[in-house]
Ligand binder design. Sequence first.
Ligand SMILES: [Fe+2]
Ligand SMILES: [Fe+2]
Length: 283
Amino acid sequence: MNAPHDLPEAPRRLPVRKLRVDLSKGFPTLWNGGEAFRTHYLNALSMSFPIGEQFFIDAVTKGVTMLPADQQAAWADEVRGFVGQEATHRFLHGQFNAELDRQGLKNHWQGWAAWRIENGKNMHPINHVAVTAAYEHFTAVMATGLLTHPNWLEGATPELALLWRWHAVEESEHKTVAFDLYRAMGGSERRRRLWFVYIAVQFFFESSLQTFINLWRAGLWWQPRTWWQAARYLFGPRGVWAASFFPLLRYLRRGFHPNDLADPEQMAQWLQAQRDQYAIVGA
Ligand SMILES: [Fe+2]
Ligand SMILES: [Fe+2]
């Protein structure tokens, strides 16, 4: 491990927002603009969120207890905000996933993650924080993509577009928390980057497999249109790959920090434009 770094300059208060959406009424099976691939790719990501976000909460909460007592106090607000945001995401994506269940989809990703978490539970907590920081880089890059590329959610059911963009805004807001904690714990650059490579391979494999399973269960995997839409969504000029590949790779640079990637200006615009759609319940 490296010598512990200093605390982040000014620990921030992260607002916890309660979104005014009710997913209990359900939503259409092809909620994302009627496109099979766009819908089932985001469905797959949602399936991983409740268990993943609980892992992030547990990792950060435990990680802070490894710091000296005076530092723990300085981290308290930031950790409370992080936990509050991720817990709210878990709750709403749990409702979202319950509807996917009603629609006949099957969440395998959750089981794969549960198996890994069980097997890794005895590792030193710094590894759990490194894994969290790696995933948080993925979510921050995806969040920027969602906020800056309206085509990713074009034609989506309005309540669900609201859900995904709210989640994206908050992922951008708290993108430094696990990373800074990892540094404060004295985590090395080598360990940080190795975990990222492992997480990247795992994420691409599991997100692809869960998306394919969703398309298969929905009876859509064999339609040529599904794969044409997939190619455009993933590899088009305004697609996922073009928006994400280089920003993701930046994590491997020595000395990288999440703030090296600017927050999308659409964040502030969204918060302003959707002000009636959420209530701030904690900060
Ligand atoms: Fe989240
Ligand atoms: Fe997050």
